[in-house]
Design a protein around this ligand. Structure first.
Ligand code: PRT
Ligand code: ZN
Length: 286
């Protein structure tokens, strides 16, 4: 029987869209429409298992799924024995301590003897222990941010992204404990055949990630300017240079980063480049 890699992703919520997009970018076409619990892929030996994010680390640790896409915060909190095989760069956030805005804050001692509401007791307990603090942890699931306002706690320990939830609840972030992003986790005991499918998946994801923020650039230049122009282009290797039909002229191709795009274009124009064409890159395979 052919081996299939089972991937657990979030059914709905903040991680779902990024997870589905990642599968698509890796060329994995899921049979969607109906959100079945398990959905096979049409063209790659994987199947997707839809779960609540809270259940993903354990499902992977126990082997009911081979790999999973979940927030690093959830992996840390659950403490399940799984391997983080790839950081995925989306759903970035941090887990922070926040206190009422009007309170003065001079350091971590503030939390000593205070009551902190959170959905992440394990991570908080560890941080308190590392800092030699004794606080009371009040575990609540959902709407943690309202608890100081209704007198349920003195502070909160929760996920922060833009910070606007804190502001609208008159809270201020005073300590960042961990940062998080979506990660690909795997069971420790994958069969060699499944490990091979996972390696192919990682290879594909890396090809997509590598191309992010990169553009392909083509330009025309007089032959005597090619040395100068090549020095401006920080491509992967030296640029490709091809003769044009017009004598004395060549076409130069390379890859540039979006971030230094305008600076590079300015330099190229000054160096005599003409007919500059910039096109998006979908994937980069090495
Ligand atoms: O139903 P299920 O259990 O699967 O989902 P869930 O409701 O438990 O999780 P979900 O979908 O809300 O979040 C999934 C994961 O997304 C989290 O575990 C994080 O890894 C990541 N993530 C990224 C976030 C945020 N950003 C985020 N901003 N998770 C939650 N928030 C919430 C936060 O709890 C707070 O209420 O958004 C609010 C803060 O946002 P800002 O922008 O106002 O600071
Ligand atoms: Zn959840």
């Amino acid at each position: 029987m052919e081996e299939i890699l089972r991937i657990a992703i979030q059914t709905k919520g903040r991680l779902n869209e990024g997870s589905v997009k990642l599968m698509e970018e890796a060329g994995i076409n899921l049979v969607i429409g109906r959100r079945n619990l398990v959905s096979p892929a049409m063209n790659f030996p994987v199947e997707v298992l839809y779960l609540r994010d809270d259940d993903i680390p354990q499902t992977v640790a126990y082997g009911a799924a081979d790999v999973g896409i979940v927030g690093e915060n959830e992996v840390l909190e659950r403490g399940e024995d799984v391997a983080i095989v790839k950081r995925l760069g989306f759903s970035r956030c941090r887990l922070s301590l926040a206190i009422p805005q009007q309170m003065e804050y001079h350091g971590k001692e503030w939390f000593s003897g205070r009551k902190i509401a959170t959905s992440y007791p394990a991570i908080l307990r560890k941080w308190l222990a590392e800092n030699g603090l004794t606080s009371e942890i009040h575990v609540i699931n959902g709407s943690v941010e309202i608890s100081p306002g209704i007198g349920l706690s003195d502070a909160i320990f929760d996920i922060v992204s833009s910070g606007s939830t804190l502001v609208s609840n008159r809270l201020k972030e005073v300590e960042t404990v961990v940062t998080s992003e979506a990660v690909l986790i795997a069971n420790h005991a994958l069969s060699p055949a499944r490990r091979e499918i996972l390696d192919e998946l990682i290879f594909r994801l890396e090809s997509v990630q590598r191309s992010e923020g990169k553009k392909y650039i083509l330009l025309n230049a007089p032959n005597h300017k090619i040395g100068e122009i090549s020095a401006i282009l920080p491509g992967m290797k030296s640029p490709t240079v091809m003769p044009l039909a017009e004598p004395g002229w060549s076409s130069v191709h390379s890859v540039i980063s979006e971030k230094d795009f305008w600076e590079v274009i300015g330099k190229l124009k000054r160096a005599g480049a003409e007919g500059i064409l910039v096109v998006p890159i979908e994937k980069m395979i090495f």
